[in-house]
Design a binder for this molecule. Structure first.
Ligand code: ADP
Length: 580
């Protein structure tokens, strides 16, 4: 338990942990104020025993009681506020820290961790830490403190009874530690089940079109139902592991209280305890375990705190890709790959690729689907780290740049565009939130989106759905180009950008791309012959290697994948179907 409490305080940042510690210190005073009740009772009992109960006694007892209640009330108010503030601030700060950190973790992390896992940590887990963990920690620490104060009172009256009370606490703590053992195996199961429900719901909602399309409602629904059933199982398993122990703990505290009463009476009748002390001990025996009983019911959640902290720290401890990078501007925007090797987990994708793309030239990367074109582009912008060889920008290894100063130089235009649930203007100024409306409109005009935006009900202030659901594919793509125009980076990577666009949209899109790429270093994963043939260099990538390279004229003049492609598909639409 101490370990968990320490882990929790370490997890909160310094300011918030200070607030929690202040709340704990105030908890000591609260316990003392609570203990004052015994003093008030003592005054009354003494008055009765001395048969000398005066109004003065009654006022004194009432006064002590009032001070005790007022003290507890004000301290509770303060500690609850401190605890809420610390909990919610810690949660907010950690969420921001996680979001910020995720920008710098290698993409491999997203490969190995589902969206459900990441979402669960940043939502449920953090919520649990903010809300439940702070309460559990405070109730536990205050429970222990209050019990300790009352035991000190008992010691002041009768050491023998104090030892019985301590023995009860010892057995209680053994049960507590047993509870932690019993929940050890169940808590991770529950956590995994929580994670799965989130993952399944996300998948179900995201894939709802496919689910309907293939009439898979029942099957998909079954996976979701299984996840929900597992969650129920996780929750009940945890409760079932805990309930018997909590019951035993309650029995232990009640039996110890009864033993304290019996012993007090026995000592009184044996003449070794005064009547006053005996009455005081009888009263104390009912008070001593009150706070511990409350603490028991939160025991299982202690284990959850541990797991939650571990899960959040797992993300925060992933080594950032940015550790050695410096903020710098490249000397030029030439890109060079030297003998680059790369594998996703164990599957080798890029196998000794070397190439040079001088600044302000256009390189087309072509080849059969699955050959490694996108992977190669991702390596250039260091979305992944190479396993061998090096990637240079302006003559310097991309690893020497800080992540932000590297990313500044690249803009990606993907075939599948992600737009955020926000206004069109904010989607365009995504990379530069402070940009003026004039600049947004200028970028939109260059990207050929101004006209269709103006036809929308609220123009630039129209909110688009998550993922850009309310716009056509071509429109979404042009907005993403406006976003890239706004970023104005010197290197543009176009990944299959016009692959699925209808002819009507194509002219607009081509004009938008033309505006974006003017005077830039362009790397395009090419799909249409008419864009490829004007490139300064063409790299044909097959099975992770450069199969051919040259200009269109040079490549059509020799036998090879490129020529085969041209010959077999004069009217080719896409390289994606051209595995040769
Ligand atoms: P291309 O762009 O030429 O179609 P890709 O670079 O997208 O090829 O993919 C090359 C290979 O790498 C494919 O076999 C693909 O399945 C695999 N691959 C692509 N992205 C990932 C990823 N994130 N994790 C694991 N494998 C991947």
């Amino acid at each position: 338990m101490i370990k968990t409490l320490k882990a929790f305080f370490d997890f909160c940042d310094k300011t918030e942990s200070k607030k929690l510690k202040t709340a704990m210190i105030l908890g000591v005073f609260k316990a003392l104020f609570s203990g004052m009740k015994i003093g008030a009772i003592a005054v009354i009992v003494q008055g009765f025993l001395d048969k000398n109960m005066t109004m003065q006694n009654i006022w004194m007892a009432l006064g002590i009681m009032l001070v005790s209640l007022a003290g507890q009330f004000f301290i509770s108010l303060k500690t609850t506020m401190l605890q809420c503030e610390a909990g919610y601030r810690t949660c907010a700060n950690k969420r921001i820290e996680i979001a910020e950190h995720l920008r710098y973790v290698p993409m491999g992390f997203f490969n190995q961790n589902s969206l459900g896992n990441i979402t669960n940590v940043t939502t449920n887990t953090m919520e649990g830490l903010a809300d439940i963990a702070t309460r559990v920690v405070m109730i536990t620490t205050q429970g222990m403190l209050t019990t300790a104060v009352i035991i000190l009172f008992i010691f002041a009256f009768d050491v023998r009874i104090a030892f019985i009370a301590l023995a009860g606490i010892l057995v209680y703590m053994i049960c507590y530690s047993l509870m932690q053992q019993f929940t050890k195996g169940v808590a991770p199961f529950k956590h995994k089940a929580d994670e799965n429900v989130v993952a399944m719901v996300i998948e179900f909602v995201q894939g709802i079109v496919e689910v309907k399309n293939y009439n898979m409602i029942e099957k998909s629904d079954k996976r979701l139902q299984d996840a929900i059933t597992n969650k129920r199982l996780g929750d009940t398993k945890l409760e079932f592991a805990v309930v018997p122990i909590v019951t035993i703990q309650n029995v232990v505290t009640k039996v110890t209280s009864a033993l304290m009463c019996l012993a007090s009476l026995k000592f009184y009748f044996a003449g070794t305890m005064t009547l006053f002390n005996c009455i005081m001990m009888l009263i104390a025996s009912f008070m001593v375990y009150e706070s511990l009983d409350m603490m028991s019911s939160f025991g299982a959640l202690m284990r959850n705190i541990n797991i939650s902290i571990t899960k959040a720290n797992e993300i925060l401890n992933i080594e950032s890709m940015d550790i050695d990078g410096a903020d710098m501007t490249p000397a030029s925007y030439d890109i060079e790959l030297k003998n680059v090797e790369f594998a996703y987990e164990n599957k080798k994708i890029i196998d000794g690729v070397s190439l040079k793309i001088p600044q302000k030239t256009t390189a087309a990367i072509v080849g059969p689907s699955g050959g490694g074109k996108s992977t190669l582009c991702n390596l250039m912008a260091r979305f992944w780290d190479v396993d061998g060889g090096e990637v240079l920008l302006g003559g310097k290894n991309v690893k020497d740049y800080s992540f932000d100063s590297l990313m500044k130089n690249f803009s990606f235009v993907f075939q599948s565009v992600y737009l955020f649930e926000d206004t069109i203007a904010n989607n365009i100024r995504f990379g530069e939130p402070e940009a003026s409306m004039d600049r947004v409109i200028e970028a939109a005009k260059q990207a050929r989106c101004h006209d269709f935006i103006m036809e929308l009900p609220d123009g630039y202030e129209t909110i688009i759905g998550e993922g850009g659901a309310s716009l056509s594919g071509g429109e979404k793509q042009r907005i993403s180009i406006a976003r890239a125009i706004m970023k104005d980076s010197p290197i543009i990577i176009l990944d299959e950008a016009t692959a699925n666009v209808d002819p009507e949209n194509e002219a607009e899109l081509t004009a938008a791309i033309e505006a974006l790429t003017r005077e830039k270093t362009i790397i395009m994963i090419a799909h249409r012959l008419k864009t490829v043939q004007h490139a300064d260099q063409i790299f044909v990538i097959n099975d992770g290697r450069i199969a051919q390279q040259g200009t269109h004229e040079q490549l059509v003049a020799v036998d090879g994948i490129y020529k085969n492609f041209i010959d077999s598909r004069k009217e080719a639409v896409s390289w994606k179907v051209a595995k040769s």
